[in-house]
Design a protein around this ligand. Structure first.
Ligand code: KFV
Length: 162
């Protein structure tokens, strides 16, 4: 085996590029976001049709949404219903253009700033320079859907449980 270049960790195999993305960059699918025009109607539909119920609700004025998290199974992955607070919100624009439906895929990360930096380094546009407040005290950022195969990708660093 040839010696790795100086900037490569000693334990990294030499058939992998030194700048490869860490395999634990994304920890899990945290939630899937669904745009709905009317939250109360959507909550009633999901309860009556799929037996899914809200385990958390809040208003996020920064994002211009009312949201509800619905636990699926053990709740490790959740469904996030998102309704716009005003016609100017990003979510209202999505509903106007695409109608109700899948709006985003959110991955859980350990450190949203670090994950954003890794993706930015690879040429992806992150929507925010700094993390913004997300659901239940989490810190979030988004990858522009045009840089992620047409999917609005959210990065979620959960609130510290310490
Ligand atoms: N998925 C896929 N494509 C999308 C998209 C989406 N959600 N939103 C926009 N696009 C496409 C759109 O169809 C268009 O394609 C292109 O992106 C640029 O659109 O082929 P086209 O027609 O050119 P824009 O820039 O005109 O769209 P605009 O709506 O003004 O902005 C898009 C974007 C992604 C910058 C905006 O939606 C945004 O800032 N999103 C991030 C914030 C957000 O979505 N907040 C609501 C969720 S809050 C949340 O999840 C929370 C609080 N939480 O903790 O989880």
């Amino acid at each position: 085996m040839t010696a790795p270049p100086d900037d490569r960790p000693a334990d990294q195999p030499d058939d992998q590029p030194a700048d490869r993305v860490p395999t634990d960059l994304l920890l899990a699918v945290d939630h899937v976001g669904i745009a709905v025009p009317d939250m109360d109607e959507a909550l009633a539909f999901y309860a009556a049709t799929f037996g899914l119920h809200a385990v958390h609700e809040e208003v996020n004025a920064d994002q211009g949404v009312r949201e509800a998290m619905l636990a699926v199974g053990d709740g490790a992955t959740q469904l996030q219903l998102l309704a716009p607070l005003s016609p100017e919100s990003a979510l209202a624009r999505f509903l106007d253009r695409s109608g109700p439906g899948l709006q985003q895929l959110a991955y859980r990360v350990t450190d949203v700033l670090q994950a954003s930096a890794v993706l930015r380094e690879r040429g992806l546009r992150l929507l925010y320079d700094e993390a913004r407040p997300g659901t239940a005290g989490s810190r979030i950022n988004f990858v522009h859907p045009k840089d992620a195969g047409g999917v609005l990708v959210e990065l979620v660093e959960p609130a510290s449980t310490a």
